[in-house]
Ligand binder design. Structure first.
Ligand code: 26V
Length: 820
């Protein structure tokens, strides 16, 4: 319609300059003479916002015209980081915008770092969701993200007196130029109440869920740009708003203040991200968060389907829904409810649609992280869903009873209801039964899933279980994070590797080229200088940039074994004190501990206290520095990763589902020291055993070792120093006030540790020594590092997304729009 044609927004420097200046006055409301750096940040963001949304409108229209099958990604978490630079780069207007700002006398770098990270996730699972969205946009898939617009994201970690202190992450306090509030897009979400059954004349019963409380879910849209194209997909995040019922109460009840307070309470649903990625939480508010965003998303998905004039029974032909872990698994029951109660579809047909629609990704085998909800809680909060779950379970058990007669124990194990721990709903079982595909996130993880957690289901439906190994987006984790290495690659091979990481293979021959190695070392050195400056700013610690940077950056968890690395720091410290010649290095830890996970918080404290002794001991003579980098987040990862030489991926084999930091570090030319766990195995296969340091027990050996029940202390003599290292810890040599804490950690290592730190120590120390030897040969190290870079093509998120599209979603990419 020509009346709706937009006045074109130019993307040249003069046009952008004008837009930024206009936005400063007209949107931010500031006199340019008085504008602060943050005002400029907002002005440029508003100028880009206009351009990104324009492309979103075009993309949406194309999808609508082309009758496409859509993909919906349901995730409680999106760990996105900063948006300005990513949006500019992907839209292909980064450099011209930097130029426009420079013309205005504004330094892009200075304002870009004022943006808060969007930290709406805990760790790997949330970052994977962000990478998948970016890749779907880049490759032209009609993909939509759905999640929660938490008012407070992942807490900010401060270190006070060596300990972690959590501060609220009020990321929206200056407003957010990247979001488009859609107050007209709201859906009611009900909690509590009861179910009324109506017996129809045809003998069927229909159900009505009545009474209870209603909350509104209001949409906020975050456009997501594909790399170097005009495609822009949408991430829709829901915020809770009180319904108008609350407004009416103002009039009807004398207690006006109370009525407004209640209104606020109903808005707490989307207030805060649960900062826990280790243990399931049985909190009612968490269940409400899960159902809240699932219900709003499904209502929206079905609305869109009907608006496009597709028949409801074709829902699974026109849409695929991916469940990111079990957090949105209630979607299976909610989909059934909507089809049965709102759209009057018969049960069997609704069930066929539902199963064809959903698929589920599992991200952990750890029993304590598996979500189960007490039946009584579900009955109270979601009575209609509980009824639906009972019927799903009943029909499922009937089916298996028929196929496997008499195997009563088998049926009990398969049931959605766990009868052994006070009747609980197993969300993973609901997700498996309600999906047509279930995937693990690395080859080992998928095979362990089939052998352990889902062994019984694998007997029932072996074809349902597939592997999709994780990946990372090279746009953020290489092009943005490491411009030096990007430029080096670009000077050697053609630039199509940015869309198709398979082409990075062409870089491989340069691993044996002296000039390329030399240039690689110069890039690393500059990246180390950049990190060293940041470390100094954040911690006051001065580190050299001419030594090995050895990093372990990830959530703090026993199974990830930060204590194994810390023991190695202690070994190096003692050896230097004993006058040995030790390769100089910086060991850098970063990561958050769940606020309620005391052991993880103690590990942070001990790391900081050991670091304090090491860093202040003149005997170290600058040969060893130990840094705990506070408040690890996406934006700091982009600085740390490109500076790393050695990537610590040392989880107890069988426990890390995949890891994605391992991929980011190898892509940036760090060599991995790691166990045969998660995607490390596939990384080894890709880079070659000579270019990685693998050590320790395998997953099978860990199981066998556990069965033997050897006390951990029995390993103290497996390494010449181990005993004195653990004793130094135990006796408080490194303690600075927290003496009993150190003794407790030593006791834990000697008597309890379910993750086999001491049992793996000798092998680990050997592997570290091997890495040290290779590092001393700069040419050999650079060659191995460059081979790591060139051989990482398999770990592009684009490959991951293509596998989901082909094997699970059955969707094809749309021809992407050309760059402007
Ligand atoms: C679990 C829970 C338990 C209930 C409370 C809230 C909460 C929040 C997150 C989680 C997820 C834990 C699973 C997880 O993050 N897995 C990680 O997923 C990565 C992406 O697949 C993978 O690379 C890591 O190995 C895996 O630990």
């Amino acid at each position: 319609n020509p009346r709706h044609r937009l006045s074109p927004l130019t993307c040249d420097a003069p046009g952008l300059r004008q837009s930024i200046r206009d936005a400063l006055v007209r949107v931010v409301g500031k006199d340019p003479d008085l504008a602060t750096p943050r005002d400029w940040l907002h002005a440029v963001s508003f100028a880009i916002r206009e351009r990104i949304i324009e492309r979103r409108v075009v993309t949406r229209r194309q999808f609508a015209d082309e009758d496409v099958k859509r993909v919906y990604y349901l995730s409680m978490e999106y760990l996105i980081g900063r948006m300005l630079e990513a949006n500019l780069r992907n839209m292909g207007i980064l450099e011209v915008t930097q130029q426009a700002l420079q013309d205005l006398g504004v330094d892009f770098r200075e304002i870009a770092r004022l943006e808060e990270d969007a930290a709406l996730g805990n760790g790997g699972l949330g970052r994977l969701a962000a990478c998948i969205l970016e890749s779907m946009a880049t490759q032209g898939y009609p993909g939509y993200g759905y999640g929660i617009r938490y008012e407070y994201g992942m807490f900010q970690q401060h270190i006070e007196h060596f300990r972690q202190v959590e501060h609220p992450d009020n990321w929206l306090r200056f407003g957010n130029p990247w979001e488009f509030p859609r107050p007209e897009k709201t859906f009611p979400v009900r909690f509590y109440g009861y179910v009324v059954e109506h017996h129809q004349p045809d003998g069927e019963t229909s159900c009505n869920w009545e009474n209870g409380e209603e909350v509104l879910a209001m949409a906020y849209d975050y456009p997501t740009a594909g790399y170097e194209r005009r495609n822009v997909n949408n991430l829709r995040l829901w915020a809770a708003k009180a319904t108008r019922d609350f407004d009416l109460r103002y009039f009807n009840e004398g207690d006006y203040i109370r009525a407004v307070a209640d209104k606020n309470e109903s808005e707490t649903i989307s207030m805060v991200l649960y900062p826990n990625d280790a243990t399931a939480i049985g909190k009612e508010l968490r269940l409400k968060q899960e159902y809240f965003f699932v219900s709003a998303s499904l209502q929206d998905i079905i609305d869109r389907h009907l608006q496009l004039e597709y028949p409801i029974d074709e829902l699974a032909d026109k849409a695929a829904i991916q469940l990111n872990d079990t957090h949105p698994a209630i979607a299976v029951a909610e989909c059934m409810r909507l089809l049965l109660d709102e759209h009057r579809i018969p049960w069997d047909q609704a069930w066929t649609i539902t199963r064809n629609l959903f698929s589920y990704t599992n991200h952990t085998l750890m029993p304590e992280a598996l979500e189960t909800w007490p039946v009584a809680l579900m009955e109270r909060v979601l009575p209609r869903h509980m009824g639906i779950i009972y019927r799903i379970n009943h029909e499922f058990i009937e089916e298996v009873r028929h196929r496997f007669p008499g195997e009563h124990e088998f049926f009990r194990r398969l049931s959605i209801i766990d009868e052994d721990h006070g009747r609980r709903v197993r969300m993973a079982h609901l997700a498996v039964i309600g999906s047509h595909r279930v995937n693990g996130v690395a080859a080992l993880h998928t095979s362990l899933l089939k052998q352990t957690l889902f062994a019984d289901f694998n007997r029932v439906w072996p074809e349902r279980f597939v592997n999709v190994t994780n990946g990372v987006t090279p746009r953020l984790w290489m092009i943005q994070a490491n411009p030096g290495l990007t430029e080096l690659i670009e000077s050697r091979i053609s630039s199509d590797w940015k869309f198709d990481l398979d082409r990075l293979k062409q870089f491989e021959p340069y691993a044996s080229d002296d000039a390329t190695r030399e240039a690689f070392r110069a890039v690393k050195r500059r990246n180390k200088e950049r990190l060293a400056a940041l470390v100094h700013k954040r911690t006051g610690i001065t580190i050299r940039s001419d030594v090995m940077y050895d990093v372990q950056i990830k959530r703090i968890h026993e199974y990830k074994r930060q204590l194994l690395k810390l023991l190695h720091v202690i070994e190096l410290y003692q050896r230097i004190r004993d006058g040995e010649d030790v390769l100089p290095r910086v060991v850098l830890f970063a990561g958050k501990a769940a606020p309620g996970y005391q052991r993880a918080k103690d590990i942070i404290a001990v790391i900081n206290e050991v670091a304090d002794i090491v860093n202040h001991d003149p005997a170290m003579g600058d040969r060893l520095k130990c840094v705990f980098f506070p408040n690890y987040e996406v934006s700091s990862a982009t600085i740390i990763i490109p500076a790393a030489d050695l990537s610590e991926q040392i989880s107890t084999a069988g426990f890390e589902a995949s890891g994605t930091g391992n991929m980011k570090l190898a892509l940036n030319g760090a060599l991995t020291i790691g166990t045969l766990d998660g995607a490390n195995i596939e990384i080894r296969d890709a880079v070659g055993t000579e270019n990685i340091f693998i050590f320790g027990m395998t997953a099978d050996e860990i199981s066998a070792h556990r069965a033997q029940g050897i006390p951990p202390g029995a390993h103290l003599d497996s390494h010449p120093r181990l005993r004195s290292m653990v004793e130094a810890l135990r006796d408080g040599f490194f303690s600075n006030g927290g003496r009993h804490l150190h003794a407790e950690i030593a006791r834990y290592l000697l008597e309890e540790d379910p993750f086999f730190v001491l049992a793996d120590y000798a092998a680990y120390s050997d592997a570290c020594a091997q890495a040290d030897r290779m590092y001393q040969d700069a040419e050999a190290w650079s060659e191995a590092a460059l081979l790591n870079v060139a051989r990482m093509s398999h770990f592009s998120i684009d490959r991951t997304v293509r596998e989901y599209a082909q094997n699970i979603w059955n969707v094809v990419p749309e021809p992407v729009l050309p760059p402007c």
